[in-house]
Design a protein around this ligand. Structure first.
Ligand SMILES: [Fe+2]
Ligand SMILES: [Fe+2]
Length: 467
């Protein structure tokens, strides 16, 4: 089910809903099984579910049986005619999940569901609900509570959760809107973003000159170093980057020419682009520190991944440099004040965890990949970086020769982000796992642990690289 949910949410760019939907649907399924099991149990005991006295007696017996002998309950359930059907439908404006079982609901059961819906009112956001559920018995109602918080806070009226009952079925319908705000507001947000991107200055002249030189056919390291030295700030950055763990652990270098050689001709263009982008974005936007730190981490994870898997080593340098730039769009998106255009209340958690960022993109109706793509077009980034920026959350959509590159950064990005509520083994596209020969959740976790330890070792060396 996890893999299936993963596919559904990825297809509509709502990855952040993965875990929430998993929680919701698992809970609805378990509830359905419990309810069906109850019916089987009552008939086994010769009790009438609809008779008040029988119900009072049977329910405490069933609770005990379910608590101690759950396996047996499920086994006899399997042999019965009861079933639960989980289905999903793509509609024009939303995705619909239906959990249906072929049993009539009892008034008590209905009331319990409605009570949970009411309970959701007391939580301001998803994080609050999660936090409280950890040590709260009511956590069994978390799924229903979550869906209500998520969609209610986003200004969606109540039709997203519906309980439909009939004489021979009970069905819960969950509707996830593909977009949370009206088309008109979305167009305005897009216009605002395009205006913002247009207002970005071109890359600094010295950077452009260096890029042109680096692209020349018969260029020498000497020539590039001489030009780079004309700008002391650039010269210093080249030495700093060349000494960073991105380019391996060697003895440290002190001259620009050594730096240029270590970075290598084919990476210089991207490194210059990164320096230019950094200069402009850091002076304009406040949130760049987090994005650069994350980008550097992803870049190191790319290195760990390719070295460990011994795959595409020839792409190692291109991929590490591309990873540095993959989230460029986030800087712009996170920094824009959309409150005037965006009338709905955006979910914000107090501790600013990453999940709120995804919710924010969902409510804004555009992604950082799209914005990053606009910026990189404006600054004439090479095609492989353009593709990485555009497809690093959906590598399967990249049809060019850069597909593998996108897959590498996609996986490294998820690994680097784990622990921030942004993904796990099941959120990764199965083809990518297969491609990198990762066969189980355990293997995935162990790999992630190794990368983490490796990365922590270099923390000090990279900390200030792009800040
Ligand atoms: Fe991203
Ligand atoms: Fe990222």
């Amino acid at each position: 089910m996890d893999v299936w949910i993963g596919r559904v949410v990825r297809s509509i760019s709502l990855e952040f809903l993965h875990e929430i939907l998993f929680t919701i649907l698992s809970e609805l399924l378990v509830n359905g099984c419990k309810a069906n099991g109850k019916r089987v149990f009552f008939s086994e005991q010769g009790l009438d579910l609809w008779n008040e006295k029988d119900y009072a007696r049977g329910i405490s017996l069933y609770k005990d049986e379910f608590g101690h002998n759950r396996k047996r309950v499920f086994l006899s359930l399997e042999k019965s005619n009861f079933f639960i059907k989980l289905s999903t439908m793509f509609k024009e404006d939303f995705i619909e999940f239906r959990v249906r079982n072929n049993a009539k609901i009892l008034p008590e059961e209905k009331n319990r569901i409605l009570r949970r819906v009411q309970a959701s009112v007391k939580y301001k956001n998803i994080n609050d609900a999660y936090r409280e559920s950890v040590d709260n018995e009511e956590s069994s109602g978390l799924g229903i509570v979550l869906i209500h918080i998520l969609l209610r806070n986003s200004g969606i009226p109540n039709q997203f959760f519906e309980l439909v009952t009939g004489d021979d079925f009970t069905e819960v319908i969950i509707r996830i809107p593909k977009q949370l705000i009206p088309k008109e507001s979305q167009t305005r947000i897009k216009e605002l973003l395009i205006r913002e991107v247009n207002s970005l200055p071109p890359l600094p002249a010295q950077i452009n000159k260096l890029i042109l030189i680096a692209k020349k056919k018969d260029v020498t390291f000497q020539e590039i170093a001489m030009e780079a030295e004309k700008d002391p700030a650039i010269a210093a950055e080249i030495i700093k980057i060349a000494n960073s763990p991105l380019f391996g652990i060697h003895k440290s270098i002190v001259t620009v020419i050594e730096g240029v050689k270590r970075i290598g001709l084919k990476n210089l263009e991207s490194i210059f682009l990164a320096l230019g982008a950094k200069k402009i974005l850091n002076s304009r936007y406040a949130k760049q520190v987090l994005v650069w730190t994350h980008s550097f981490k992803t870049s190191m994870y790319v290195k760990f991944l390719l070295e460990e898997k011994r795959k595409h080593i020839q792409l190692l340098e291109t991929a590490t440099v591309a990873a540095l730039l993959h989230d460029l769009g986030r800087m712009v998106l996170l920094s824009l004040d959309l409150s005037q255009v965006n009338q709905i209340r955006v979910l914000r958690s107090d501790d600013n965890t990453e999940i709120s960022e995804w919710v924010e993109e969902y409510t804004v109706g555009t992604t950082h990949s799209e914005i990053g793509f606009l910026i990189s077009e404006k600054w004439h980034f090479p095609e492989e970086i353009l593709d990485v920026i555009r497809f690093h959350h959906k590598p399967w959509q990249c049809k060019s020769r850069n597909n593998i590159l996108c897959q590498i950064i996609y996986l490294a990005d998820i690994l680097a982000n784990i622990g921030k509520g942004k993904g796990n083994y099941f959120t990764v596209e199965p083809e990518v796992l297969e491609y990198f020969d990762i066969k189980s959740e355990k293997e995935f976790r162990e790999m992630q642990d190794r990368f983490k330890i490796n990365f922590e070792e270099h923390r000090e060396e990279y900390q200030n690289l792009f800040i």
